[in-house]
Design a protein around this ligand. Structure first.
Ligand code: ATP
Ligand code: MG
Length: 574
């Protein structure tokens, strides 16, 4: 039983000054977490219970699919991460440190390398596979923008698991098992979430999906189709693009004088004056950015997108990872980049890529690489050939779904889980083979799967609160029932008895047994802390009545004191 009289808890009436989002504000005010440094938090007793409750659900569902729990250290040697290339690739995100002998170490941001080595150390035959291993452990990432309390920490708790299979079919099975486990986990956690296609990013590999908790404060944007079940992170979304056409059927390229056309709108106008009716979406905007790789190398990149759209830097960055996208300023060093008049045709010595909306054979009005001039009928596949196709254009509500063509809707969410088919990237790096039935070595194929356990606590809070405080779902609330006794008669003694009786039935109780607290304060604290069910034993006791409060619906119901234990037990089962 948790007794408020002795519980290590101080609720706060004021919002913390640095809190931008409701979950951060309320987790601090209700005494679940305390800030230690930017992105680094301590958990107080109620918070620790939340962490344990989320971890318990995660463990139960991981165990159910046959994954086995292990535990790695957080403090890791550099070498495995050098072999995989991530010692460099992670750049500033990696927390690095040295021991007294000047050896390099890191605090693990995720553990693909270590799990691969562990399996390589223990297993050698095809008969040993498949195997799935997981841990619930502290991770470290020196995030550029730690934010919103424990939502984006620099130290955080993650459940990470890894699957090891002999072939693609096996990998698909392990992936599907994880997907099902994640659905059960987030359902049990009472979350409103979407499963969306994702970019695989620095992890490498192919298929990957994210679980996003719907929240207006989320950092991820995703699209979902209004008619089919397509849903994707905007970083990974595939819009419906025009059909490719034969470039040779297009009219010839023509260069025009177009002075004073600093914007797409002015260009459209000047072109119209010269008899070329090109909409903004028929112009090709070429945006120069600077890419910086983790090893410090930098190079400009020119990205072509339809002129009626901006470049979405987050989307671009996700697709050029591990490079970072920075503003480009040094036009003087690249005379071929004529500011305001850049075109892809004849652009040499600079990498040029297009968004997938720019297709083979499509014809554009764009810069002519000469001050004051643009060109029309510039055709991809005839007048220019991009080095690559990189999703970079902003995605807008109403854009056509890449699968069925219906309009897309845009939502915001918090990434709470991520499942990847890694393939053989790490098995190749570490030579993870097992002997096949014919005694020939078989390269193992892997999956990697993460859930942000500490982030989930905040993401649930983000979805489950009102102006008065937190409103936890039953399965992970810090306790099952909050019992409050107020009054000068037998109320406190009866509250004690009820709490003891509930605990004897295996129900966890938070008992407000503080001797000098007014009913008002007790109720305010109860609302802030957010236990779904409260029992208030107050003045009505003299008439044989007590009150049941449901924090989720706000309902307050008078019930007879007689048979109270049964009434509460029934309520908890409902
Ligand atoms: P994000 O895009 O939010 O930075 P990520 O894609 O880098 O996350 P993964 O490497 O996929 O994260 O990690 C697995 C899970 O760990 C994520 O789905 C998320 O729930 C959680 N997580 C990642 N970074 C953080 C963080 N800084 N603080 C708390 N949880 C995190
Ligand atoms: Mg992720």
């Amino acid at each position: 039983m948790l007794r408020m009289s002795t519980l290590f808890l101080r609720t706060l009436r004021e919002d913390p000054a640095d809190a931008e989002v409701p979950s951060h504000r309320l987790l601090v005010r209700a005494g679940y977490v305390r800030r230690v440094a930017p992105g680094i938090y301590s958990w107080l007793p109620l918070g620790v219970r939340m962490l344990h409750n989320v971890s318990r659900v995660v463990r139960e569902e991981m165990d159910r699919i046959g994954a086995q729990e292990v535990l790695f250290p957080a403090l890791l040697p550099k070498e495995p991460y050098e072999v995989s290339g991530r010692w460099t690739e992670y750049g500033d995100l990696l927390m690095r440190l040295k021991d007294r002998r000047d050896n390099d170490y890191l605090l693990g941001p995720t553990h693909e390398e270590m799990f691969t080595l562990m399996v390589k150390g223990e297993y050698s035959s095809y008969k040993d596979l498949p195997v799935m291993l997981y841990q619930v452990q502290t991770k470290y990432r020196d995030e550029a923008r730690p934010r919103a309390g424990v939502l984006r920490g620099r130290e955080f708790t993650m459940k990470d698991s890894y699957s090891f299979d002999l072939d693609d079919q096996g990998l698909q099975r392990s992936y599907d098992l994880h997907r099902e486990a994640y659905v059960r986990i987030f359902d049990r956690l009472g979350m409103d979430y979407r499963i969306v296609s994702a970019v695989s990013g620095a992890m490498g590999g192919s298929a990957s999906e994210e679980f996003l908790a719907a929240a207006p404060t989320g950092e991820d944007t995703f699209v979902h189709c209004t008619s089919c079940d397509y849903a994707a992170n905007t970083e990974a979304v595939q819009l419906k693009a025009a059909e490719p056409v034969d470039p040779s059927t297009q009219p010839a390229l023509e260069v025009l004088d177009t002075p004073d056309t600093p914007t797409i709108d002015t260009l459209v106008e000047v072109l119209r004056d010269q008899g070329h009716d090109v909409p903004a979406s028929g112009t090709l905007k070429n945006v120069v950015v600077l890419l910086r790789w983790p090893d410090g190398k930098v190079a400009p990149l020119v990205v072509g997108v339809p002129g009626d759209r901006e470049v979405d830097v987050k989307r671009l960055e996700a697709n050029v990872s591990p490079a970072e996208v920075l503003p480009f300023e040094k036009f003087q060093d690249f005379p071929q980049l004529v500011k305001g008049y850049i075109g892809p045709q004849g652009l040499e010595g600079v990498r040029y890529v297009v968004d997938p909306l720019v297709v083979q054979g499509s014809s554009w009005a764009t810069g002519a690489n000469v001050e004051g001039k643009h060109a029309v009928n510039v055709v991809m596949g005839r007048d220019f050939t991009p080095a690559d196709v990189v999703p970079a254009a902003e995605v807008r509500a109403g854009d056509p779904c890449g699968r069925c063509g219906s309009p897309l809707e845009i939502g915001r969410g918090i990434e709470i889980g991520h499942i990847f088919q890694l393939g053989r990237k790490y098995a190749d790096a570490f030579g993870l083979d097992v002997l096949g039935p014919d005694s020939k070595p078989v390269r193992v194929t892997m999956g990697s799967y993460g859930i942000g356990v500490s982030r989930a606590v905040a993401a649930i809070a983000e979805q489950a609160h009102d102006e008065k405080g937190l409103v936890w779902p039953r399965e992970i609330a810090p306790v099952d029932v909050h019992v409050i006794g107020v009054g000068k008669g037998e109320q406190k003694a009866e509250a004690e008895k009820l709490a003891a009786a509930l605990e004897a039935q295996g129900v966890t109780v938070l008992l407000d047994d503080r001797p000098k607290v007014s009913p008002g304060v007790a109720f305010k604290d109860a609302e802030l802390i957010g236990v779904p069910t409260s029992v208030v034993i107050g003045r009505g006791l003299d008439d044989g009545e007590v009150e049941l409060r449901d924090r989720r619906s706000g309902e307050m119901r008078t019930v007879p004191f007689e048979g109270l234990l049964e009434t509460v037990l029934t309520e908890l089962r409902s």
